[in-house]
Write a protein that binds this ligand. Structure first.
Ligand SMILES: *[C@@H]1O[C@H](CO)[C@@H](O)[C@H](O)[C@H]1NC(C)=O
Ligand SMILES: *[C@@H]1O[C@H](CO)[C@@H](O)[C@H](O)[C@H]1NC(C)=O
Length: 387
């Protein structure tokens, strides 16, 4: 053989061995099944999945023409470690064979149109740290086997049509710091929650029952609670605002009937914003909120509160937003609110039974309830204050 030809042969052999399939065959089979479960007409030419051409090796690099995006492989190019799809409206189901991608750390199919159930077999992805199926059309229950994924740090299933109760074993997700199940149709009571959560969001579902200590015990790192627009009932107990890292609480639009709030434990002072609007809270405006040193925003609007606006609220320098409208508050609002200059509070005292709320102040809008409504609410007991 002439020397140049031999060289050419050698080079060709070398290239062949370099481009030989490196990716684990089980991973390739799973990726093929993943792609074929997506409706072809929803795979746009400019999308990531359209570059998934299985006549090439998925993990071979550099990725210039095929498998350009949507997946990441391990440094040795043998295993798929992440699937992060572009949000271009892929429709289809999630293949149960996804369970073969056992080295997956991230699965993010957010903001597409995947539908059908969440496969039980996801529980085989034992290394998974991030699972986001947010804003798709998954329906059916959340398989309780998901709670065996004990490496999960971030679980986001918001914006789907998931139903049924939350798994009672949710608290076994001991590394979970963020849980977002908002905008689904989950029902039943809150189970015991994962102990290391920083952020809990289950807004706009159909959860019911009370806010119980069983659910929240040990959640010493919890900063954000977003549970608005559910059907929680009962009195919010006084241990709740004592959760040591709590910063923001939204329990608006439920059916809570009361708030028990003690003065804060001196060591802890992180509470910044509380929204308890649109509930059925009775009794007096809880004055102890004014002892939370960082509190900047408080809404108790549209409840069934009565009695005066606490004087201490008007002296609370950190307060920037205060919504007390839509209750049956009586008496005269503390004048301190109207002379705070640069410290002015935004919000509303309107739609109550207050007297002498200066019309020049935006706080006094909208106007107060008709006298007859207030007299009826107080059943004549305080009638002289309205004459
Ligand atoms: C209250 O929650 C219901 C569903 O739970 C929702 O339909 C409604 O829009 C919510 N209202 C407000 C004011 O958020
Ligand atoms: C305010 O908190 C104290 C204890 O910190 C408690 O004894 C008191 O009852 C609370 N006040 C109200 C009105 O709940």
């Amino acid at each position: 053989m002439p020397k140049p030809l031999l060289l050419l042969l050698l080079i060709t052999l070398l290239q062949l061995s370099l481009s030989a399939s490196l990716t684990n065959p089980g991973d390739i089979a799973a990726l093929k099944s993943f792609k074929s479960s997506i409706t072809p007409s929803t795979i746009l030419p400019s999308s990531c999945i359209s570059t998934w051409d299985f006549s090439f090796d998925p993990c071979s690099s550099p990725k210039t023409t095929h498998f350009i995006c949507g997946l990441t492989c391990s440094p040795d190019s043998t295993r798929v470690i992440s699937i992060t799809l572009d949000s271009v409206g892929y429709s289809g189901t999630l293949t149960p064979l996804i369970s073969q991608l056992t080295h997956l750390l991230t699965l993010d199919l957010g903001q597409n149109s995947f539908h059908g159930p969440i496969p039980n077999s996801l529980s085989s992805l034992s290394l998974l740290q991030t699972l986001s199926l947010r804003y798709n059309s998954f329906f059916g229950p959340l398989p309780s086997s998901i709670t065996t994924l004990t490496n999960l740090i971030d679980l986001d299933l918001s914006g789907n049509f998931l139903t049924g109760p939350l798994p009672t074993t949710l608290s076994s997700l001991t590394k979970l710091t963020r849980l977002d199940l908002s905008f689904n149709r989950f029902s039943g009571e809150l189970p015991k929650l994962p102990p290391n959560l920083l952020e809990l969001a289950i807004k706009a579902n159909s959860l019911s029952g009370s806010i119980s200590k069983v659910s929240f015990s040990d959640l010493t790192r919890l900063e954000t609670v977003e549970l608005s627009s559910n059907s929680f009932t009962g009195v919010l107990p006084n241990w709740f605002f004592q959760l040591p890292s709590l910063q923001q609480v939204n329990l608006a639009n439920n059916s809570l009937t009361g708030v028990d709030i003690a003065k804060p434990d001196r060591k802890y002072n992180n509470l910044i914003a509380v929204d308890l609007g649109y509930n059925k809270i009775q009794g007096y405006v809880p004055v102890n909120f004014s002892d939370y040193p960082a509190l900047a925003s408080l809404s108790l609007r549209y409840n069934r509160l009565r009695g005066p606006i606490p004087l201490k609220y008007s002296k609370k320098g950190t307060l920037r937003r205060l919504f007390l409208d839509g209750n049956y508050l009586s008496g005269t609002p503390p004048v301190g609110f109207f002379y705070r200059g640069g410290d002015a509070v935004a919000g509303s005292f309107g739609d109550n039974c207050l007297r002498g709320c200066p019309r020049s102040s935006p706080l006094c809008l909208p106007s107060q309830k008709p006298m007859a409504v207030c007299k009826q609410a107080y059943a004549g007991k305080l009638s002289t204050s309205f004459d």
